[in-house]
Design a binder for this molecule. Structure first.
Ligand SMILES: N[C@@H](CCC(=O)N[C@@H](CS)C(=O)NCC(=O)O)C(=O)O
Length: 216
């Protein structure tokens, strides 16, 4: 099995955490052709997006959440989804929240840090949206467990890598740190970082972020 991967990618980090949790033998592959839109990579995934997974029999699976659902179906132990339909829905509410609402304003800020001429209006709108999403997340996460309850789940896989980039973006714009005034989120963040799979991915992301910042 292969994962087309970049260590800085929060979406790829989501899959790497699941892979490490399940102890799977997956080869990490760099971007074919060195670019998201290289002909070599577009042949593998026409969307040109990381992560992309390849099964042992050569089937390509795109989209981080679909990859994690596939891994859960194929390698159910250790489980990253709870048993009851209600608890599973709760986990999936977090992963949808992550993909549809938390990641986009962070991504806008990330792109703006790379833009030749940053767009102040876009930056300000993204900062206020990101703060709204963090307030929502603070009210959603469990006050004493992992994000969606007592078990470590796909919700934690999705949220933890993005927090690294959220932190970095808020710092880059000298904005209020993400945990300030958000005690539930702060508690979850402190707990989840002790998980070995999370620790490993966060380390890989920090290293990649430092390399990117050194290049600037
Ligand atoms: N919805 C996708 C998003 C993946 C994504 O946007 N990945 C970024 C890297 S973090 C990427 O491939 N960007 C290149 C592009 O969109 O052209 C998923 O969940 O896998």
């Amino acid at each position: 099995m292969k994962l087309y991967n970049l260590n800085l990618s929060n979406f790829a980090g989501k899959c790497r955490i699941a892979i490490y949790e399940k102890g799977l033998d997956v080869t990490m592959e760099p971007l074919p052709g060195g670019d998201f839109k290289s002909p070599e990579f577009l042949k593998i995934n026409p969307l040109g997006k990381i992560p992309t997974f390849e099964t042992d029999d050569g089937q390509t699976i795109a989209e981080s959440e679909v990859i994690n659902e596939y891994l859960e179906d194929k390698f159910p132990k250790p489980a990253l989804l709870p048993k009851s339909p209600e608890a599973r829905a709760r986990v999936r509410s977090f992963t949808r929240f992550h993909d549809l609402y938390l990641d986009p304003p962070m991504r806008t800020l990330f792109r703006q840090t790379r833009a030749k001429v940053p767009d102040e209006k876009k930056v300000n709108e993204a900062l206020s949206e990101l703060n709204l999403r963090l307030d929502q997340l603070d009210s959603m996460v469990s006050a004493e467990d992992f994000a969606a309850g007592p078990e470590f789940t796909m919700a934690d896989c999705a949220l933890a890598p993005t927090m690294v980039l959220v932190n970095a973006m808020l710092e880059a714009y000298h904005a209020k740190p993400p945990l300030e005034g958000r005690p539930r989120l702060a508690g979850w963040w402190a707990r989840v970082q002790n998980r070995p799979s999370v620790k490993k991915v966060l380390g890989e992301m920090h290293e990649a972020l430092q390399a990117l910042q050194a290049k600037k």
